[in-house]
Design a protein around this ligand. Sequence first.
Ligand SMILES: Nc1nc2c(ncn2[C@@H]2O[C@H](COP(=O)(O)OP(=O)(O)OP(=O)(O)O)[C@@H](O)[C@H]2O)c(=O)[nH]1
Ligand SMILES: [Mg+2]
Length: 238
Amino acid sequence: MTVAVVVPTYNEAEVLPEFVHQLFSLSIPDLQLIVVDDSSPDGTGKLAESLSINHGGNIKVLHRRGKLGLGTAYVQGFQYALKQGADYIIQMDADLSHSPEYIPAFLQELKKVEVVIGSRYVPGGGLDKKWGMRRRALSYLGNLYIRLASGIKVKDATSGFKGFRSYVLSSLDWSKFKCKGFAFQAEMAYACERKKFRIDEYGITFAERASGRSKISINIVIEALWRFLPLRWSRKSG
Ligand SMILES: Nc1nc2c(ncn2[C@@H]2O[C@H](COP(=O)(O)OP(=O)(O)OP(=O)(O)O)[C@@H](O)[C@H]2O)c(=O)[nH]1
Ligand SMILES: [Mg+2]
């Protein structure tokens, strides 16, 4: 059983060494980390290369020519993982909002289901205590909007912490994915539901990023609002 963890990075040099340390401390056999870096100005790509040397080649770094968005970064990482013959593929953020400690539980879940989603909105899940009311409300309402607009059932559609049996990812038509930002996560949830894969939401606590800056911009929020409105109708029509 081989496991690939795909992580997109943009300016995560401050946290990447700790993320790598926590990930490889899990001692999961045949674990490969795939970092997809968009020429981060803070040198994350170079740093990832040097971490790779220290980890005997179990880290592959894909370098892209500029900030092309996390959606396409994930697709590129998934395609690389599939080419390497990974059996299970995990996607997560590099900033330690997603604790690597959940990965063994995800792999356990993937024996029963085909997709596992790390969820803040099921029992056992939650948000960092540091999050204020405004941010909590935004996250909750954003998810509610996506559920109502698209008709999907997943409660944490915008979660970027997921695990897949690899055939799930090889069955998806990437040309249908339009979003560059976090709405890509909801497109993934939508695609997996449409294909009727068995999905489980596993409760996780989403921690505040360990350091560095958020890459969420107003454009990314507008992208999510815009993309999900017509999906309910396209769902009805086919
Ligand atoms: N390669 C690549 N990675 C990106 C890009 N935008 C964001 N990322 C990475 O995607 C992950 C999620 O981005 P974040 O900015 O942490 O988004 P978030 O977790 O929704 O927001 P915060 O809670 O504020 O951190 C992180 O590992 C980022 O470094 C991008 O354009 N290209
Ligand atoms: Mg984050």
